[in-house]
Ligand binder design. Structure first.
Ligand code: 6GU
Length: 242
C-alpha cells in the first residue's frame, strides 16, 4: 500500500516510522510519503490560509496549495503510454469533525486499497471547492474519528493510518490476534490476565487455570457480552439486531 500525507506539519507523522508501521515500511509492505503543503505555495509568505468568506472567526485553508499538492501526488502515479493512470482513483481522506465516523469496518475496507492520500486541514478547514475539485480525481472520503474537536487533522491521520495498516497481511506479527479484538465481532474485548495467578491480593478467575478451552471460550464470550451491555449499550443494541 502507498500512503501520501500532506500537511503544514509533516514532522507530525514521524511517529509512523516507529514500531510495527516503521517495520512494515522497511519490509516493503507499506510506503509512506510525507509532503509539506507550504512547498506548494508561491507567494512571499508561503501562506496557506485566509479569512472566511462571509466573515466569522478563524481562518480557512486556501484551495490552490491543496490542488497543487494533489497534482504532484497524481503525477507520481504509474501511467500507460497514453499518459492515463493504470489504476483506479486513489482514495483521498479528508479528516474533519464534520465527516462520517471512521469505524473498524471502514478501516477494513480501506486496508484493501492500493493508494491512500490524506489531506488534514488546520484552522477552520479547507475551502469547500477543493473537495469538489478533488472528487473528479479521487475517491474522496470526509472522515471524523469521534465526537470531539482537535486542533487539526494530523493526529486523526495517525489514528486512521494505524487502524488501517495493521489490517494489511504481514504488518502484525500475530494475525490471529486480530480476530479476538474489540470491535472485530461487534463486541468489546473480554478482560485479560497474566501470571502471577495471585497479585497483590487479587486472583485470576479460576476458570482460566482450568485448561478447559471450551469453557474458557464460553466464559470469555459472556464477559464480552456483559461488558458491551454495560459500557456501550449502543454497540450492544446493534450486536443483538445483527
Ligand atoms: Cl478528523 N479532525 C479534527 N480537527 N477534529 C476531529 C476529527 C478530525 N475527528 C474528530 N475530531
Amino acid at each position: 500500500m502507498k500512503i501520501d500525507l500532506i500537511s503544514i506539519l509533516p514532522e507530525f507523522f514521524e511517529a509512523l516510522d516507529l514500531s510495527l508501521i516503521g517495520r512494515a515500511q522497511q519490509d516493503g509492505l507499506l510506503s509512506i510519503h510525507r509532503h509539506n503543503l507550504r512547498e506548494f505555495t508561491y507567494d512571499k509568505h508561503r501562506s496557506v490560509d485566509s479569512p472566511p468568506a462571509g466573515g466569522g472567526a478563524g481562518m480557512v485553508m486556501k484551495p490552490e496549495p491543496w490542488a497543487l499538492a494533489m497534482e504532484h501526488v497524481l503525477s507520481r502515479r504509474e501511467t500507460d503510454p497514453a499518459g492515463n493512470s493504470t489504476q483506479e482513483h486513489p482514495v483521498l481522506i479528508v479528516p474533519t469533525p464534520s465527516g462520517e465516523l471512521f469505524t473498524q469496518s471502514r478501516a477494513e475496507e480501506l486496508s484493501k486499497k492500493s493508494h491512500l492520500v490524506f489531506a488534514p486541514g488546520r484552522f477552520e478547514g479547507i475551502d469547500e471547492r477543493f473537495t469538489s475539485w478533488a472528487a473528479e480525481r479521487f475517491d474522496v472520503r470526509r472522515l471524523s474519528i469521534g465526537d470531539y474537536v482537535l486542533n487539526g487533522g494530523e493526529s486523526a491521520v495517525i489514528v486512521m493510518v494505524e487502524a488501517i495498516t495493521r489490517l494489511i497481511p504481514g504488518v502484525l506479527g500475530n494475525e490471529a490476534s486480530l480476530d479476538e479484538e474489540s470491535h472485530t465481532d461487534g463486541l468489546l474485548e473480554y478482560p485479560v490476565y497474566t501470571k502471577p495467578a495471585q497479585w497483590r491480593g487479587q486472583h485470576i478467575p479460576e476458570i482460566l487455570l482450568s485448561g478447559n478451552h471450551a469453557r474458557i471460550s464460553a466464559w470469555r464470550q459472556t464477559q464480552a457480552e456483559e461488558r458491551t451491555q454495560q459500557i456501550r449499550p449502543d454497540l450492544w443494541q446493534r450486536y443483538q439486531s445483527s
